[in-house]
Design a protein around this ligand. Sequence first.
Ligand SMILES: [Zn+2]
Length: 330
Amino acid sequence: MLRKLIFVLLFAATLFVGAAPAQAAVYAAATTPDLASVLKAVGGNTVTVVSLTTSAQDPHAVSATGPMLEPLHQTDLLVVNGMDLESGWLPILLVAAHNSKIQPGQRGYLDCSEFVPSTDAVANLETGMGAYHPDGNPHYMTDPRRAIEVAHGIAARLGEIDLPHAEYYRENAAEFAARLEDAMAAWNRQLAPYRGTKAITYHRSFTYLFDYLGWVDVVNIVAQVNEGYRLSYREGWVDVTNPLPRPGLPPDSARLDEVIADGRRDSVRLLLIEPFYPHMAAELVANGVGARLVDFLPAVRFENGETYLERFERNMTRLEQAAQAAAAEK
Ligand SMILES: [Zn+2]
């Protein structure tokens, strides 16, 4: 029996090695570490993956630099987040890269927002809320369910670029999805008692995550896009005269008072912020409301070999502990 089992295991191992080609066939780059990690999971060992940014960077406000051009020169596939997340820095890099394969509209340019129904787009247009994002909220990678759609989309495009490995990419995406679904089942149980938790957030980055968790985003510290900004964004000019808060600028004291009032009204006990946003304003609000400040891990530490699932594992534990402590204080 044991000998038979060993034989089966050896045979399975041979099959696995046989199915996984040893040499990189495709060079690919992603604009964010989250997308790079999904690309890596789907591409396996036939795709060499580079992330243009790190988890320490605010993806809205990246500086386009020379070293970012190197991978773009030779890449076969560029995976982008889209919905204007990279509109401040990617277009110039694409011009400078002189790589016709990865220009928008080409097979080597994959905008993953096409796999995700946009949240917030209509609300942005109607109310002017939503910070930088008049075309919809681009922070869909905060929802693991969206990451699964993205993985299947990446697998399909990799399969077009590298037909001999199309099945391999499909299998990898299915495996990524299965692992994430298992993890989600556990997170759902873990966080079920905290559905309906209310939070203040610094930037409107958590819309998709909160949709997944059933949490309520009460107010954003940096939330206002004034009419002038929206018009100027649409028309491509800059309004320098409008005195209202602009996206990306720290909120003024009047704004902080508004947020504190909203937080008190709703008895909010949590404030979520990414490490790269200014903490002083967030601390003022947290103290004013009586909320606890939670640092959310904004992206995979791809540079350290972290996976998307591992980043979520850490975040879910952190959110559970914070929600538990907040509930106990009530
Ligand atoms: Zn944003």
